[in-house]
Design a protein around this ligand. Structure first.
Ligand SMILES: Nc1ncnc2c1ncn2[C@@H]1O[C@H](COP(=O)(O)OP(=O)(O)O)[C@@H](O)[C@H]1O
Ligand SMILES: [Mg+2]
Length: 254
């Protein structure tokens, strides 16, 4: 199977610090993979390089056959890579539905003319986006909250809304940055089922950064481990759990 996303020698330096060093990673369509490592290991920085937020110092990123390092976040998103943020980014004063619609916007089939003149096409398109956003809220179990402002949502629901918005861009690959952070045990259980369904039912390839080992080990097929910017292990959950380097990296950080 050819890669959906592949990085080669991906490296970034901030001043004297090499935050990510020679990161080589492959994910094929339909996989659900994990990226783990202690705090400060470079996980979020990898996402930032994959999504055009940071320009790598060295190395390449290919997505769906095209080289994407050097492209802007908007260009990368348009090619089908979507993400959520470790620090939730929502429009607090907009409704839950409107937040989800901001993701759907990318596929709008209208031009400036339609928008400015409020043509019938404009209204049809808006309705289409609204329907799509609503279906994704249903998928994430948030449809009862559609009319609330994002600010009114409890924390766990805010994380789910971010995922709904990221899915509304109709990505081929979704990168989730600690989606279970701040969730209670029950919410984490629900989330792990949802992440699986994103892959199984929506057909979206998933790359997951997550600290909760039970969640990661429970749903990922393959895991890559970073420590101080370097890959120290990759393999199945079982292989990772028994890897002495991984155990040491986590214990050393306590
Ligand atoms: N824009 C930046 N400028 C300077 N240092 C950064 C920047 N972004 C990340 N870093 C550093 O890179 C390292 C990895 O950070 P990060 O990717 O956020 O780790 P993780 O997500 O694994 O906890 C940290 O030492 C962090 O301080
Ligand atoms: Mg991080």
């Amino acid at each position: 199977m050819t890669a959906l996303l592949e990085t080669k020698g991906l490296t970034i330096r901030f001043g004297g610090l090499t935050a990510v060093d020679d990161f080589n990673f492959v994910i094929t369509p339909g996989e659900l993979c994990g990226l783990i490592g202690p705090n400060g290991a470079g996980k979020t920085t990898v996402f930032n390089m994959l999504t055009g937020v940071y320009l790598p110092t060295a190395g390449t990123v290919h997505f769906d056959g095209a080289r994407i390092n050097g492209k802007s976040p908007a260009q990368v998103a348009a090619l089908g890579v979507s993400r959520t943020f470790q620090n939730i980014r929502l429009f607090d004063e907009l409704s839950v539905l409107e937040n989800a619609m901001t993701g759907a916007h990318r596929h709008a089939k209208i031009n400036l003319f339609d928008s400015l003149l409020r043509t019938p096409r404009h209204y049809r398109e808006e309705q289409r986006q609204r329907d799509k956003a609503y279906r994704l809220l249903e998928f994430m179990g948030l449809e009862d909250r559609a009319g609330l402002t994002a600010r009114q949502l409890p924390y766990g629901h805010r994380r789910k809304l971010e995922i709904a918005r990221a899915l509304a861009t109709e990505p081929k690959l979704i990168c989730l940055d600690e989606p279970a952070a701040g969730m209670n045990t029950l919410e984490k259980g629900e989330l792990s089922i949802l992440i699986r369904r994103i892959r199984d039912e929506l057909g979206v390839t998933v790359l997951l950064i997550e600290h909760d080992m039970k969640l990661v080990m429970g749903i990922c097929e393959r895991i890559q481990v970073l420590d101080y910017g370097k890959t120290i292990a990759m393999g199945t959950p079982r292989e990772i759990q028994n890897n002495p380097k991984v155990i040491e990296a986590y214990l050393g950080g306590e």
